[in-house]
Design a protein around this ligand. Structure first.
Ligand code: SF4
Length: 380
């Protein structure tokens, strides 16, 4: 039997750059930066990289595919469907593969969604961020609330069943009332999945340069109040938190992201895309032009992870999930008991009520989740 593999495609184009964004993406609204020709060249390069992937693809069964960005829904749908077609020529798919695409509400129409569905895309991830137009504007988003509602209408009309919306907290001008409005509205849309991320001021972004005061961000107390409200509200609405920032209806967890948190194998294609094959981790060059010129084997990182590195990664990624890590999985993978390797750290956090070891699993308590960065950093 072939082992499973997951595939990530990076589509690094957006209409305009949001003020907080440090993802690898180039704006199409800046003249030459990402003209249609650049997009065509990029997809050609990506298909070339895919065609050269050979062995790791032939030896595995594709279980999940994820188009991320950037804004994958910005480029013509024939490019997306063409990439899936090439992948199908290269690799065998599992019976019910999860195929996801990230979408910006400004870039969606019925024709695109139907083309996606025809090609097998069955999970749609929509960047909502907020239902309040003043907040969307302050974030620098190109869409407004009406665009988001229209996107939801189109998805429903086309029969899409597995839909995620991304929302953001800790954003400019946010109040408890505005956060409640966003949560209320999106929880009434019949979504299967909601990702709730906190805004982080990443270096080298316009938001970082501006600083929190000028951005009118909520203070720490309000941010905490919104965070707790989000968690409780979504749980009351039937969304189970299964990872620090992710909530799903039963059985609707994102299988692709679980691959990352379980440290299983994946191949990434496109500029800056990362791959992991057993203990090897490598990433493509993080520059669109360079990638177009040399899409194969131009790596900016290529590492063989030591057993210690792998154990650290397994802990840090696995503990992000609310059901944490299986002690047996750890032993099968590394031939050592988790309680021997991390005796002191586990003991310390168990004592302070941030970690629990129960029924063969080690996981963060709710309080542990609240301070996950502090706990996880101690496994490094
Ligand atoms: S749409 Fe997403 S990827 Fe594009 S600039 Fe905004 S945050 Fe970044």
């Amino acid at each position: 039997m072939k082992n499973d593999i997951s595939i990530y495609f990076h589509i690094p184009f957006c209409i305009r750059k949001c003020g907080y964004c440090d993802f690898l993406s180039v704006p199409t609204s800046c003249g030459e930066a990402a003209s249609q020709t650049v997009i065509d060249d990029y997809v050609r390069a990506l298909k070339k990289e895919l065609s050269c992937a050979g062995k790791p693809l032939k030896e595995r069964t594709v279980k999940t595919v994820y188009f991320g960005g950037g804004t994958p829904s910005l480029i013509p749908s024939f490019h997306i469907t063409g990439i899936i077609k090439r992948l199908r020529e290269m690799a065998e798919f599992s019976d019910l593969p999860e195929i996801s695409i990230e979408m910006n509400p400004k870039t969606v129409d019925e024709e695109k969604i139907l083309a996606y569905m025809d090609a097998g895309i069955n999970r749609f991830s929509v960047g909502c961020q907020s239902v309040n137009d003043n907040e969307l504007k302050a974030l620098g988003r190109v869409h407004d609330h009406e665009d988001f509602l229209k996107t939801m209408e189109i998805l429903k009309k086309c029969g899409a069943e597995n839909i995620n919306a991304d929302i953001m907290t800790g954003i400019p001008y946010e109040t408890l009332g505005s956060a409640k409005r966003t949560l209320d509205e999106i929880s009434n849309l019949g979504l299967s999945h909601i990702s709730a991320y906190c805004l982080i001021l990443e270096e080298e972004t316009p938001f970082f340069e501006k600083g929190s005061k000028k951005l009118h961000l909520p203070d720490e107390d309000l941010e905490m109040e919104i965070y707790e409200y989000t968690r409780e509200f979504l749980s009351k609405k039937g969304y189970k938190r299964y990872e620090i920032s992710n909530y799903a209806l039963p059985g609707r967890e994102c299988l692709h992201n679980l691959v990352y948190w379980d440290c299983r194998d994946y191949l990434g294609f496109g500029a800056g895309a990362a791959s992991r094959l057993r203990n090897r981790r490598f990433s493509n060059v993080r520059n669109v032009k360079s990638y177009i010129n040399a899409p194969v084997n131009d790596l900016c990182e290529d590492l063989i992870l030591s057993k210690e590195d792998e154990m650290t990664e397994f802990m840090i990624m696995g503990l992000r999930k609310t059901d944490g890590i299986s002690l047996e999985d750890f032993f099968l993978r590394f031939g050592e008991d988790i309680s021997d390797v991390y005796k002191e750290t586990i003991g310390k956090f168990e004592k302070s009520g941030l970690l629990i070891c129960k029924e063969g699993r080690l996981f963060l308590t709710e309080r542990g989740m609240d301070v996950s960065n502090t706990v996880l950093s101690e496994f490094c």
